[in-house]
Unconditional design. Sequence first.
Length: 164
Amino acid sequence: MKLERLKLADIEPYKNNPRKNDDAVNAVAESIRQCSYITPIIVDEDHVIIAGHTRYKALVVLGMDEVECLICDGLTEEQKKKYRFLDNKTGEKATWDLMKLEVELEGLDLEGFDFFGMAEDLPVDGDGSGGSEKELTGTTEIDAEVFGDEEFKYECPNCGFRFN
């Protein structure tokens, strides 16, 4: 494997990519705009994408000319196909600990990025507590006298509970 700077025009998307990723391109482009390009596209020795199709499309949208790519040579066609599938599929096994996510997002300036529109589809771990033994106490009912017309920043995609 070697890291090499390639022109986007010289990178070839895998023609049989089964992943439908067009709906994610703008979100990935915004992520790259805000945080820079960090994860290289993985290509084979012929510069055909093994992993990073959505990043590739996002970089095209952003008007980039060339980017760092990880070139993996010597893989069999079967290994390339397996990696393409497993790289995408294994991420679907992960869930979110909503309590930790809230801590991570607190005060974070997403510059108008519609994270919360994406949050509706977040898989959560059980009740979102990350499997901790912490017992939740009190009520989950909203007290209108206490909260009035307060807008809530977060909503649990699992149960719909809204919170800040």
